[in-house]
Design a protein around this ligand. Sequence first.
Ligand SMILES: Cc1cc2nc3c(=O)[nH]c(=O)nc-3n(C[C@H](O)[C@H](O)[C@H](O)COP(=O)(O)OP(=O)(O)OC[C@H]3O[C@@H](n4cnc5c(N)ncnc54)[C@H](O)[C@@H]3O)c2cc1C
Length: 261
Amino acid sequence: MYPFNYLRPKSILEAQQQVRLDSESKFIAGGMTLLPAMKHRLANPSHLIDIGQLQELNAIASKDGRLVIGATTKHREVSNHPLVSSSILGLAQLANLIGDPQVRARGTLGGSLANNDPSADYPAAALALNANIVTDERIIPAKDFFLGLYTTCLNDGEMIQEVQFQIPLQSTYVKLKQAASGYALVGVFVAQFGPDDFSIAVTGVGDGVFRWTDAEFALRKKKALPPLQHDQLIEDIHASGKYRAHMTKVLLEKALTQFTQ
Ligand SMILES: Cc1cc2nc3c(=O)[nH]c(=O)nc-3n(C[C@H](O)[C@H](O)[C@H](O)COP(=O)(O)OP(=O)(O)OC[C@H]3O[C@@H](n4cnc5c(N)ncnc54)[C@H](O)[C@@H]3O)c2cc1C
């Protein structure tokens, strides 16, 4: 690990000032992704600004018909909160399927979205639930936020503060786990907003999370589900692209059996 300075701000304002001390400064929240990257010398921040303990960023509430979750809310808090399971069951299910108990106890919603791992779970929920990602600079619709492999539209030093999820009629998340890490080999988030209005987001399969619009169209028209067509399928030691595409359809079928008609 390269040397770095560690700062622990007492407020959002102080964190914003500290992150601007140096262009190589970075926020750290749960540290579940950033610390391993630093240990492998894949990341070399000059200052770590620890926002993980800022209470202002940790909250779960409903506001203006949306479920609002603060950026530093831990995966475990999302999975256990009654408001999450009663309003967006799929989101509680998803949080409970992330990694292992240790990761769920430290990892945060904001850190997961900012990192945008192509096999991470939360990006699928954000996209399917038409989330707004609220930063200290602007409000970003999820459809504009994810720009592909580990890339988002966040500027340097821009802080995610909360995520506002649209509340569907019903939702579910189904995941085929990569056995060693728990990351999604395939993850499918399905949200239903009206009788024939489904939103389907897929993670683990392409170079970034994406909406499976052909399947949404088929459900709207009450047609058979099509095979998944995608240009950038992940091929790695864990699974071929063909297998991932096949399993995406299998998981969607499984997800739909969990919906009440
Ligand atoms: C063993 C293991 C298994 C895992 N399994 C899964 C899994 O199954 N599914 C899954 O989705 N994830 C998995 N993860 C990742 C985990 O969910 C992390 O919690 C998450 O990716 C990052 O969250 P964090 O709070 O730890 O972020 P950190 O590691 O603290 O930060 C990650 C990045 O986000 C930035 N950042 C953090 N917070 C903010 C913010 N509020 N605003 C702007 N930028 C911010 C940081 O600067 C950094 O670049 C796993 C991790 C491990 C170690």
